[in-house]
Write a protein that binds this ligand. Sequence first.
Ligand SMILES: [Zn+2]
Length: 392
Amino acid sequence: MYDLLIKGGRVLDPALGLNADLDVAITDGLVASVAADIPETEALRSIRVPGKTVVPGLIDFHVHVYEAVNPRGLNPDSAGVRAGVTTVVDAGSAGPFNFGGFPKYVLPYCKTEVVCFMHVGRHGLVSLPEIRGPEDIDADEAIKIAAQYKGQIHGLKVRMVNPALENMGMDLARIAKDIGRQTGLPLMVHIGDPHAKVGQKSVLTELLDILDEGDILTHLFTSHHGGVLDANGKLYPQVKAAVERGVLFDTGHGRFNFSFDVGQRLLDQGMAPDCASTDLTIPGREVVHSMVETLTRFMALGFTLEQTIEMATIKPARAMNADDRLGTLKPGHQGDVTVLDIQQGKWKVIDSDGQSQTVEQAMIPFVTVKRGEVITPDWGPRPWGWLPDPVD
Ligand SMILES: [Zn+2]
């Protein structure tokens, strides 16, 4: 007898190459079967989702959920299960001097799985700028805390922005990378600085040279200083070299760093991101974007639904070394499922530079299942719902 049956939907699982009318059965928090016409009599509970799209639980690779400690941090479930997302990566909200509060006060109280990347700056993103100079990084403490919370800290984070960049230059990335080497953790690096000084030299190419396989560059689509395109809109050759080395590329929409123009230029030059993510911060600012809204924007750029879901399931699962249990509905994997309502229509989506595109498909989260538990998404992290503005 299965615990749960998700019946009658269209299963789309890029990792398995599946796009077919199938049912998904879950037992003991794990996927037990994906097959056609599993009888409802074989499950204790069944939910019928005809017309809906059933995908592996969505993974948002870049959010900020150190609620109440980081003033921009959301409740993890608001970014997560209540928005159709089963796993999120907290991208450096906490640093070594305040990481301990995460497992003590946040992680036990949410249903969403939170994978923590620790900032190399002393106090994470509690106050900005988080790093002004070398005095704001304590490498010994970072290494100690990474060891103390081994298994709970999955990576490190640093932001290549002023004033740290101006004061430290590439030492900022080198110190962070050195902590990464000593702890065995991958490094996530933020690029894109809206506050760069006129004439300030970009360190992007030097930065890429120090990143190794498994390190992550976030804000790939930024139009701000330090991005991956040169002054003529051409991709720096070091980017392709980094891709070949196994460096991963996240998008992290956020308030400033998702440009349709940059995205289109990258796609035209054969460069696509590994992960589609939100860089979600607290509601109340008009520019926060839920995961489904972010994914809808990728479809506006011409990504197919399959490609979009791949960047929110198996690819981020691989990037966090968790593809043995997340990112696919393969039996034996964690029973994390997102049921999406893919609507057809005509909407206007806007990037963080204020440029718009028209999109004819949009996503609404319909049901979230986390380790077999059914959770109904609510109104999302924004108060006005999931869909973009309609085009008249
Ligand atoms: Zn961020």
